[in-house]
Design a protein around this ligand. Structure first.
Ligand code: 8X3
Length: 259
């Protein structure tokens, strides 16, 4: 499918992807562009999203989801482009630290809640009128298996990702009579260039150890493929929740390693 997806005015429908500068967000922007959307690639790192937008025929939008003004500017851009938004992928998020509760850093926990939960709320709230105006909008929140289970050292992140899940469910209830689907894609182990590196404050050895010996962890393209499938179902089909893990990850703690 490519570029055949058009609005009544003949233009490509708009999609917003937050956290589009790398990993799942970047891959999702590429997949949605290939599926016929004009993608607003939103992230803080402008160089990366400008290169991405140029490559996929989209638009780069400097946007920190924890910043009210930046999110208002994103919403203003959607209005300038016609005020109808077909797809919102709330992907911006992340884990900071892997510390037992006994040693937890409140600032890290606050930062995780800020980006994974409040950021998602802020962007959704700002873009909801445009999603409704499209007549068939869809929100896809990127959750995590960390929003389904607990694991040692993960409480700050798992609490935030449980928040992502519950906000998604709440929104679906609140929008039950609106033309907007509300979905969540919850990945398990995905080997991206940055997720674990950020979690471990740039410690490459610790980041690499997460995936050591795991035959074929998911990659960003696998999750982008799932997100694109979810948001391109017919408008009456709501995929509430899609958990996606590599075959090697039977459960959060039960991971097949060959070395
Ligand atoms: C990432 C999955 O297992 O690192 O959202 O928490 S995990």
């Amino acid at each position: 499918m490519s570029d055949e997806r058009t609005t009544s005015t003949g233009s490509r429908p708009l999609a917003v992807v937050t956290g589009a500068s790398s990993g799942i967000g970047e891959a999702t922007a590429r997949h949605l562009a290939a599926a016929g959307f004009h993608v607003l690639c939103a992230a803080r790192r402008t160089e990366r999203i400008e290169a991405l937008a140029a490559e996929i025929g989209g638009t780069a939008v400097a946007c920190d989801v924890t910043d009210d003004d930046a999110v208002a500017a994103l919403a203003a851009l959607v209005q300038e482009r016609g005020g109808e938004l077909a797809v919102l992928v709330n992907n911006a998020g992340g884990a900071f630290g892997l510390t037992p509760v006994a040693d937890a850093d409140p600032e890290q926990w606050r930062a995780m809640y800020d980006v994974n939960v409040i950021g998602l709320m802020r962007v959704t709230r700002a873009l909801l009128p445009a999603l409704i105006a499209s007549g068939a909008g869809v929100i896809c929140n990127v959750g995590s298996t960390a929003g389904r289970v607990a694991y040692e050292g993960g409480a700050g992140y798992t609490a935030a990702k449980h928040g992502t899940k519950v906000v998604t469910e709440t929104l679906r209830l609140e929008l039950f009579d609106q033309p907007v689907r509300v979905c969540e894609v919850a990945p398990g182990m995905v080997h991206t260039e940055e997720f674990s590196l950020v979690r471990f404050g740039g410690d490459q050895a610790k980041a690499d150890a997460v995936y050591a010996g795991v035959p074929d962890p998911l990659v960003a393209d696998d999750v982008a493929d799932a997100i694109t499938w979810v948001v391109t179902r017919p408008p009456h089909v709501n995929i509430d929740s899609l958990v996606i893990k590599p075959r090697a990850q039977a459960a959060q703690h039960k991971v097949h390693r060959i070395s």
